[in-house]
Design a protein around this ligand. Structure first.
Ligand SMILES: O=P(O)(O)OC[C@H]1O[C@H](O)[C@H](O)[C@@H](O)[C@@H]1O
Length: 316
């Protein structure tokens, strides 16, 4: 799957209608649709750093984010694998850093597929998929030693009008099972956190990481952010979590084969303590809604595969 030959960095122009454009400079892949939607993905971490709908940004990116591959990128959509949070002691992931190695490894760009559904006029492509791959060959020696399983990841980022889908395909290429967690650590930008409501949490139990990881029942359907929030909502009955601004839908996160969602805002104190979080009052303009499989571990048998993801919809 990830051995697929590299594809050309730009699609050839066509006479059939407006076409998506794709550009890769070896560090970043950028794709745009005729509708004014665009996405930028760094090969470092396969981190989506920008997703625009109609030219308007949906994601938050720290102005102090490290873009040189020296540290996980603070903002956008970092990919968490194979452990979420600090790795537990006495576990196969114990020697790995917080949130694993996927967000701090250099991925390969595998190529592009565009498709037409006819919505934007005859002959025009209205979605474009960018594929990225990661295998042990792409890991640093330290990471390979710390987690020595034979795996492959294919990460597909599909841009469509008002939508972005991210799908992760995990394969165990080896002869012994491994356990993993995964999550899309999506930082959304919002105009004013005091006007934000998160819905779709009704009836979901959560682990509150700032209350000694104690478990609670969500009260009511809506969550307002009025201080530090760091919660793992687990085993959702419903697929969609939404961000509303002034009671109007702004963004939807639709899980596909992922049961959990982390809601995180570091607030003032947290932002102060995170060196690459800038500006320091940026917590007023962001919220992380992180779809994942992080409550417990997924065991992948030898030669088995797992696929899961999220579809993001923008109402901007
Ligand atoms: O600072 P990072 O390693 O990027 O982690 C940022 C945050 O990620 C998740 O949302 C966790 O639930 C938080 O506990 C953590 O602080």
């Amino acid at each position: 799957m990830v051995d697929r030959a590299h594809k050309p960095s730009a699609l050839s122009p066509s006479t059939t209608g407006p076409q998506p454009t794709v550009h890769s400079d070896g560090k970043k892949v950028t794709a745009s649709l005729p509708s004014g939607d665009s996405v930028e993905v760094m090969l470092y971490g396969a981190t989506v750093i920008s997703w625009k709908s109609n030219g308007k940004e949906n994601l938050w990116l720290s102005s102090n984010a490290h873009m040189d591959g020296s540290k996980a990128i603070r903002g956008g959509v970092p990919v968490v694998f194979p452990n979420f949070g600090p790795a537990p002691k006495n576990h196969a992931t114990s020697a790995l850093p917080q949130h694993g190695f996927a967000r701090i490894s250099n991925w390969e760009y595998l190529g592009t597929t565009s498709s037409e559904s006819g919505d934007q006029g005859k002959g025009s492509d209205d979605s474009i998929r960018l594929d990225f791959g990661l295998t042990p060959n792409n890991l640093s020696d330290d990471m390979r030693k710390a987690w020595s399983y034979d795996f492959s990841l294919q990460y597909s980022v599909t841009l469509s009008k008002d939508g972005l889908q991210t799908m992760l395909n995990v394969r165990n290429q080896g002869d012994k099972p491994f356990d993993f967690q995964t999550l899309f650590h999506t930082y959304f930008t919002v105009p004013d956190i005091s006007k934000v409501k998160v819905t779709g949490l009704s009836g979901v139990r959560y682990i509150d990481k700032i209350l000694n990881a104690t478990e609670h029942d969500s009260k009511g359907n809506d969550l307002r952010i009025e201080g530090t929030v760091d919660r793992v909502y687990k085993s959702f009955p419903q697929d969609t979590t939404s961000i509303l601004v002034d009671d109007k839908p702004r963004l939807d996160v639709i899980r596909d084969n992922m049961q959990d969602t982390v809601i995180w805002n570091p607030w003032k104190e947290g932002a102060e303590a995170i060196a690459d979080f800038a500006p320091k009052d940026g917590y007023k303009n962001m919220i992380c809604v992180e779809a994942g499989a992080v409550n417990g571990w997924i065991t992948l048998e030898a030669q088995d595969g797992f696929e899961a993801g999220q579809a993001l919809k923008s109402h901007l």
